[in-house]
Design a protein around this ligand. Structure first.
Ligand SMILES: Nc1ncnc2c1ncn2[C@@H]1O[C@H](COP(=O)(O)OP(=O)(O)O)[C@@H](O)[C@H]1O
Ligand SMILES: [Mg+2]
Length: 221
């Protein structure tokens, strides 16, 4: 039995982890087998790679090295977690996947998109998500959600650069959603978590109902 592979995408602070947690709770409440995972860091090896990528003392890490580390993390993740989970018929909830690498590395860091597509293909063995939820949110709103309320100072140059970077990432995600309309569902991430989750459930439940009929009586609220 083949499971269903769902990825959660969008800029930092758009609410991916929050919504993934809410969906996982719903699946658990209906005893539906699922895997909660993320990139980078979905495996033991991947967690070590994640530490290398995120360590602020690694300030000489080149964009290409970073890209290859993401690819290595993904190859291990597909091999060790994603494929076996799908073979077991589970619903995979994955926080970021290949689209994030295209949005961040190609459009954020301006690496060649062709190179990234090739690397993604090598790392995934062609495993694409069945459904990608894109949580779309203005960059300023995402910043507000993540900002420390005690630091209400003006933006310095670096922070402005960061804002431009995240703008490019947001636009790249929207372009990907247009390019792959069968797989992507774009959800406005404005509003309360509950309001956004209503939209998530409206997209996800019909997709997994055929596999897990215990959801047939699910009441949207
Ligand atoms: N709908 C929402 N409205 C306001 N704040 C939210 C909402 N969803 C999440 N948050 C808060 O915004 C921050 C970022 O959310 P998170 O789910 O971690 O985003 P991501 O995983 O996309 O970076 C967290 O502090 C979270 O509690
Ligand atoms: Mg998150």
């Amino acid at each position: 039995m083949a499971g269903i592979f769902i990825t959660f995408e969008g800029i930092d602070g758009c609410g991916k982890t929050t919504q993934l947690g809410m969906l996982a709770a719903l699946l658990a409440a209906h005893s539906i087998p699922h895997l909660i995972t993320r990139e980078p860091g979905g495996t033991l090896v991947g967690n070590k790679i994640r530490e290398i990528i995120l360590d602020p003392t690694h300030n000489k890490l080149s964009s290409k090295t970073e890209l290859l580390l993401y690819a290595a993390d993904r190859a291990q993740h597909v091999f060790e977690e994603l494929k076996p989970s799908l073979e077991k018929g589970e619903i995979i909830l994955c926080d970021r996947y290949t689209d994030a690498t295209i949005a961040y590395q190609a459009y954020g860091r301006k690496l060649p998109v062709k190179l990234i597509n090739q690397l993604n293909l090598i790392a995934t063995d062609g495993l694409a998500p069945d459904l990608t939820l894109l949580f779309d949110l203005p960059v300023e709103e995402a910043e507000k959600r993540m900002s420390n309320p005690n630091s209400l100072r003006s933006k310095d140059r670096l922070e402005q650069e960061q804002r431009d970077f995240h703008q490019r990432v947001r636009q790249a995600y929207l372009a990907l959603a247009e390019k792959f309309p069968d797989r992507f569902r774009t959800i406005s991430a404005l509003g309360t978590s509950q309001e956004i989750f209503y939209q998530v459930s409206q997209v996800v439940i019909p997709k997994i109902k055929s596999l897990y009929p215990s959801l047939n009586n699910y009441v949207f609220c």
